[in-house]
Design a protein around this ligand. Structure first.
Ligand SMILES: [Zn+2]
Length: 48
């Protein structure tokens, strides 16, 4: 029973970026995760 930190962004697994691969897998580049804005943290929404 591992206790994973829930504050890590699940979209990029806390990396802050996501690897984009072309359909053929030849072109790869890293794009900033738009889910966490590149922080790698799953920040709570505090817009109030
Ligand atoms: Zn992210």
């Amino acid at each position: 029973m591992a206790q994973a930190k829930t504050d890590d962004c699940k979209h990029c697994e806390g990396l802050g970026y996501v690897s984009i691969r072309d359909c053929v897998g030849s072109v790869q580049y890293e794009s900033t995760c738009q889910m966490c804005g590149g922080t790698g943290k799953n920040e709570p929404v505090d817009n109030e």
